[in-house]
Design a protein around this ligand. Structure first.
Ligand code: S3P
Length: 435
């Protein structure tokens, strides 16, 4: 599948975007190992979360989906997961593979985790190393990539782990394994990352302490199932924000979006570039801050993006590259090497895509300088990466001619109704089967 994007007139609208991917994954996993029922509302029915749901079902958990956005889990308790009868296929999802590896490292049974072509090339040593230090045994391909073979029947013990990279997935894998470990498990991180795991564990009755940047939990704590209200995904909302900012004259409200401060780097960076973005109706919903985001068209200007904000905007750099390309002057991104090990090498993929649309980009190993300009038409490749596909599609809405974004099926992993949602703000993006 490809996107055909025509120059569009994005105008005033009020929209909602689907549920948060990170929170949906965690609700499935934690609800499964809790006691009692967990009812999820606002669930993201994207392929990534459906892969997690199928995996938890294969581990013996009864999970029902009464409607597209509602999930009901009958938790099996901390020690109630059953041996799967087949390999667990986590599709495209790094979050699913890394967090489930943490959950399964301390089980009585063995398991095998597999993924699609993109996931099969992603680094897993980052979780294997700490999990082995805790007493687990996990085999990967020789270059540290999936499939993962996880041995059962090993007693794990708590460790302190000083994360070498800012990664919520690694932090979460260690903390989840910590639930099955003797003693205390703790982590420190080089920069703050999304804390949905810690918050949801807290909502389910687990004591997770945080002091001086050290996050700790005592093993063996039982989780108690609870209702989970998943806010709309700020990462999905950022495509709408971008379209509104770049439009000639638009005033768009995106409702009920998760604005956890460990995720709002994109808002801060865009505001720093001159973006007119305000948060209204702030409230705390089930332990997560939620707000409506109002975005008005703005003339953006380039500058140096603060590397301290990178881990708080980690999934939004494709969006930020497009914003930089539409801004006046040049924008300097640094300290973003982690982007090279996402669903695609996002520095390379965005640099190539923007260049194909006539933008000058100077790439470096851990950053890029994007020179503001005018998007021309043409064909660009998403490299099978959902966020590259959607970001380049938004660039197409203000291009001088039509843009074809190739190979966009992966958009269904995180934002299944992307085209309809974007149509509701006036963006002309259509899925097409053949070129
Ligand atoms: C996620 C953490 C981030 C992010 C990913 C979702 C999570 O990955 O890029 O999309 O839900 O924990 P890293 O931990 O690898 O940075």
């Amino acid at each position: 599948m490809h996107f055909q994007v025509n120059p569009s007139k994005v105008s005033d609208a009020s929209v909602t975007v689907p549920g948060d991917k990170s929170v949906s994954h965690r609700a499935l996993m934690l609800g499964s190992i809790a006691t009692g029922r967990t009812e999820i509302k606002g669930f993201l029915t994207g392929e990534d979360c459906l892969a997690t749901m199928a995996a938890m079902q294969s581990l013996g958990v009864e999970i029902k989906q009464p409607s597209a956005t509602e999930i009901s889990i009958q938790g099996v308790g901390l020690h109630g997961l059953q041996a799967p009868t087949a390999d667990l296929d986590l599709g495209n999802s790094g979050t699913a593979m890394r967090l489930i590896a943490g959950l399964l490292a301390g089980q009585k049974f063995s398991s095998v985790l597999t993924g699609d072509e993109s996931l099969s090339g992603r680094p897993m040593s980052r979780i294997i190393t700490p999990l082995k230090l805790m007493g687990a045994n996990i085999e990967s391909d020789c270059d540290g990539t999936p499939p993962l073979q996880i041995s059962g029947g090993l007693q794990l013990h708590g460790i302190h782990y000083d994360l070498p990279m800012a990664s919520a997935q690694v932090k979460s894998a260690v903390l989840l394994a910590g639930l099955y470990s003797s003693g205390v498990t703790s982590v420190t991180e080089p920069a703050m990352t999304r804390d949905h795991t810690e918050r949801m564990l807290g909502s389910m009755g687990v004591t997770v302490s945080k002091s001086d940047g050290k996050i700790s939990l005592q093993g063996g704590q039982q989780l108690q199932g609870c209702p989970v209200n998943v806010p709309a995904d700020l990462s999905s909302a950022s495509f709408v924000m971008l379209a509104a900012l770049l439009a000639e004259k638009a005033d768009v409200l995106i409702t009920n979006v998760g604005v956890n401060p460990t995720r709002t780097g994109v808002i801060e960076i865009l505001q720093g570039m001159g973006g007119d973005i305000t948060l209204v109706n702030m409230q705390l919903l089930g332990g997560e801050p939620v707000a409506d985001i109002r975005v008005r068209s703005s003339q953006l200007s380039g500058g140096d993006v603060d590397p301290a904000l990178v881990s708080l905007a980690i999934d939004e750099f494709p969006v930020l590259f497009v914003a930089a390309a539409a801004a006046t002057g040049k924008t300097v991104f640094s300290g973003i090497a982690e982007l090279r090990v996402k669903e695609s090498d996002r520095i390379a993929a965005m640099s190539e895509g923007l260049r194909n649309l006539g933008i000058q980009v100077d790439e470096s190993p851990d950053g890029a300088i994007v020179h503001g300009g005018q998007f021309g038409g043409g064909a660009v490749q998403s490299h099978g990466d959902h966020r590259i596909a959607m970001s380049l599609a938004i660039a197409g809405t203000i291009a001088s001619e039509s843009v074809l974004v190739k190979d966009v099926a992966a958009v269904n992993t995180s934002f299944p109704d992307f085209c309809q949602c974007m149509a509701s703000v006036g963006a002309d993006i259509s899925p097409i089967e053949a070129i």
